[in-house]
Design a protein around this ligand. Structure first.
Ligand code: ZN
Length: 129
């Protein structure tokens, strides 16, 4: 993702804001314009819980550019309280520390640096709770 897009999305990412369909109640993160369940186009902004559990995970040992200094790291599908599943890195631990079902807390963190200018991109990561 480009740094400009990261910066535009920081307020939403920082607050873990999602869109909740006014008709059927399905929650989308990131928010969408049209609900894929009922085609409704009206949403309320809701704040997601920062608590969740690891649904499943994988260990990244060969990282894409910009993430090479972080390997090995855990990339997990995290089920937040409230029913939203997000993909995020599990930080501050080794691959052996993460298990399916591990309780985690979502934090706003530095994701990586882009390019020679070192533009820093931020987003959410999970840490073991
Ligand atoms: Zn809907």
């Amino acid at each position: 993702m480009q740094p400009q897009r990261y910066w535009r999305e920081i307020p939403r990412r920082y607050r873990l804001e999602a869109g909740k369909c006014r008709k059927c109640g399905k929650v989308f993160m990131p928010p969408r314009l049209i609900c894929d369940a009922c085609r409704c186009t009206e949403f309320d902004m809701v704040r997601l819980s920062d608590k969740g559990k690891v649904h499943t995970y994988t260990v990244i040992r060969i990282a894409p550019s910009g993430f090479g200094e972080q390997v090995p790291f855990v990339l997990a599908l995290v089920d937040l309280e409230g029913g939203v599943r997000l993909t995020m890195q599990v930080a501050d631990c080794g691959p052996e520390d993460v298990k399916i079902g591990s309780p985690v807390k979502v934090e706003f963190r530095k994701i990586n640096e882009v390019g020679k200018s070192g533009v820093i991109c931020y987003g959410y990561k999970a840490v073991l709770a």
